[in-house]
Design a protein around this ligand. Structure first.
Ligand code: NAG
Ligand code: NAG
Ligand code: NAG
Ligand code: NAG
Ligand code: NAG
Ligand code: NAG
Ligand code: NAG
Ligand code: NAG
Ligand code: NAG
Ligand code: NAG
Ligand code: NAG
Ligand code: NAG
Ligand code: CU
Length: 443
């Protein structure tokens, strides 16, 4: 009886705890409709896979600690998954997204609802498809505002703006990847970089659609920059304006003042920009940082216009920012080495200081031997990424599900519940006295 009471207390305490921790944040619901949509850019038209027909896709906005349910309905031609880049999603790996790692692809004509749990992230992140090269067109911003009742670790900005750097390929991205994998060489480089979907004035057929950001003189803006470019690190800056970087990857940093940033693919930076220049129009611009020799990459510059509201004559020449040259690794290093975590009382960091073992990991773009030297990579072999000389091959089963079911099987043995295991043609079944549970093991 005493035991029973203790147990009841424990259960109540547990339920109460769960209730409290759930009650912290608001719940949001989003519907993503994956569909093919035609776009014309850099003088050519093609169909791309999009969310709701837009490139980039819709923004998800939450407060720190909220939960978002995103129902993804796939009406495209191929199966895919969506990843919530940088969201820790505690104890909820089922919604992380990488194809065949945490889930099977969402097949055309079907839906999947992600439960995205925001915990200690605050700032900017992004979501993107996580199957082959689908992320090139299926991506969008995640804006995580401070928790209700809390503020930024800097004066509240007057307004916000999101800038997504992207890549535009005239060819079909899935075909480009397939071709590269079949031939073993570098994939085709993109035909343009984009800012919020637009290549900008320096590319052909693009001047008229250049993205414009309207600002008011004297206001301070929180500019959220996301590098959704397929493969290149990028320099970015705004003519005549100083950038104050205050966060990266949804973590605050000590404010860093600079005329340019270097941002890697997948990374985000939150930047304070004060519109304190003579009311006019100014370019923001971005091009690759590439110091590798003979590494194929796109070498163009994308631009957008920062346009002051007000009554002034349109400048005949819009100033471009002076960005470091493409191969200037000193400029990249000079920027990176200034980055420090904010590490304040409200935004502490917890870096382990005691090191138990040291690992040496060699990350490489390696060579895989190709039959008859028939590939287009170096030495007529195929390019293959590796860690310590081992390349990862995506399995055709969902690894998380497989792992979870084996774990369940072994813990069941401990409890002497499993009498028989039956495994046939992808079905994995547990039998006990009065029931049988089967799982379809493959995608
Ligand atoms: C996407 O489009 C559907 C209608 O097709 C709409 O109901 C939904 O709200 C849109 N989602 C977003 C995130 O804008
Ligand atoms: C895209 O354009 C092509 C060629 O004009 C057309 O056949 C196709 O139906 C269009 N697709 C969509 C989704 O509008
Ligand atoms: C890749 O580029 C080559 C050379 O320009 C071209 O022949 C090929 O069609 C391109 N592949 C795709 C899938 O666009
Ligand atoms: C873009 O268009 C504007 C006005 O339409 C023109 O003044 C400007 O010279 C053009 N810029 C480029 C790079 O073509
Ligand atoms: C921006 O800066 C450049 C270089 O310092 C200068 O020539 C130009 O006049 C400035 N533009 C405006 C609109 O003040
Ligand atoms: C770079 O490419 C050029 C032209 O293909 C070649 O002559 C040169 O040797 C290459 N350099 C290196 C370091 O591979
Ligand atoms: C950029 O790349 C194109 C195509 O590969 C090449 O023709 C051009 O010379 C390059 N431009 C510069 C400035 O390197
Ligand atoms: C803008 O400036 C022009 C010329 O100075 C003037 O005629 C016009 O009334 C002004 N417009 C506004 C909205 O202030
Ligand atoms: C605009 O820029 C071009 C090229 O940099 C230059 O030739 C031209 O003189 C400039 N025009 C004005 C009005 O400043
Ligand atoms: C590289 O960038 C740094 C800092 O922006 C600058 O001081 C240096 O002159 C640049 N080097 C080259 C070779 O352009
Ligand atoms: C490689 O060569 C062998 C015979 O020497 C041939 O049977 C095979 O088909 C070739 N493989 C490829 C990929 O060309
Ligand atoms: C994931 O598994 C499915 C089903 O087995 C397979 O068709 C697909 O190619 C796999 N994805 C990758 C990236 O290997
Ligand atoms: Cu990612």
């Amino acid at each position: 009886m005493g035991n029973y009471n203790n147990m009841a207390f424990l259960v109540l305490a547990l339920v109460g705890f769960m209730f409290l921790s759930k009650a912290n944040g608001a719940i949001h619901y989003y519907y993503f409709h994956l569909q093919e949509t035609n776009f014309t850019k850099v003088c050519s038209t093609k169909s791309i896979l999009t969310v709701n027909g837009t490139f980039p896709g819709p923004t998800i906005t939450v407060n720190k600690g909220d939960t978002a349910f995103i129902n993804v309905h796939n009406q495209g031609y191929y199966g895919l998954t969506v990843h919530w880049h940088g969201v820790k999603n505690p104890r909820n790996p089922w919604s992380d997204g990488p194809e065949n790692i945490t889930q099977c692809p969402i097949q055309p004509g079907t839906s999947f609802t992600y439960e995205v749990i925001f915990s200690n992230e605050e700032g900017t992140l992004w979501w993107h498809a996580h199957s082959d090269w689908t992320r090139a067109t299926v991506h969008g911003a995640i804006v995580i505002l401070p928790a209700t009742g809390t503020t930024y670790p800097f004066a509240t900005p007057d307004a916000q703006e999101t800038v997504i750097l992207g890549s535009w390929f005239k060819g079909d991205v899935m075909e480009i990847l397939e071709e590269a994998l079949a031939e073993g060489g570098d994939p085709n480089v993109s035909d343009a970089f984009t800012i919020n979907g637009q290549p900008g004035a320096l590319y052909s057929c693009s001047n008229g659609t250049t993205y414009r950001w309207l600002v008011d003189y004297g206001k301070t803006y929180l500019l959220r920059v996301i590098n959704a470019v397929m493969n290149e690190e990028q320099f970015f800056g705004i003519a005549n304006h100083t950038l104050t970087v205050v966060a990266q990857d949804a973590s605050y940093i000590k404010p860093l003042t600079t005329s340019y940033i270097m941002i890697t693919p997948g990374q985000t930076m939150d930047i304070l920009v004060t519109a304190n220049q003579p009311p006019s129009q100014y370019y923001m611009a971005s091009h690759a940082f590439m110091d590798g020799i003979n590494v194929s990459h796109h070498n163009g510059t994308t631009t957008a216009i920062v346009q002051y509201n007000g009554n002034y004559s349109t400048p005949s020449n819009i100033s471009l920012p002076t960005l470091p040259a493409e191969a200037n690794s000193t400029a990249a290093d000079n920027f990176i080495k200034q980055i420090r975590a904010l590490a304040s009382k409200e935004h502490p960091i917890d870096v382990p200081l005691k090191i138990h073992s040291r690992m040496f990991i060699a990350v490489a773009v390696n060579e895989r031997i190709c039959a008859n030297s028939s590939c287009q990579g170096p030495d007529n072999n195929a390019l293959s990424a590796s860690l310590n000389n081992i390349s990862f091959v995506t399995p055709s089963v969902d690894v998380l599900q497989a792992y979870y079911q084996y774990v369940q099987f072994f813990s069941s043995i401990k409890q002497l519940l499993v009498i028989l295991i039956f495994y046939y043609d992808g079905y994995f079944c547990h039998f006990n006295n009065d029931s049988c549970k089967c799982y379809y093991f493959y995608c």
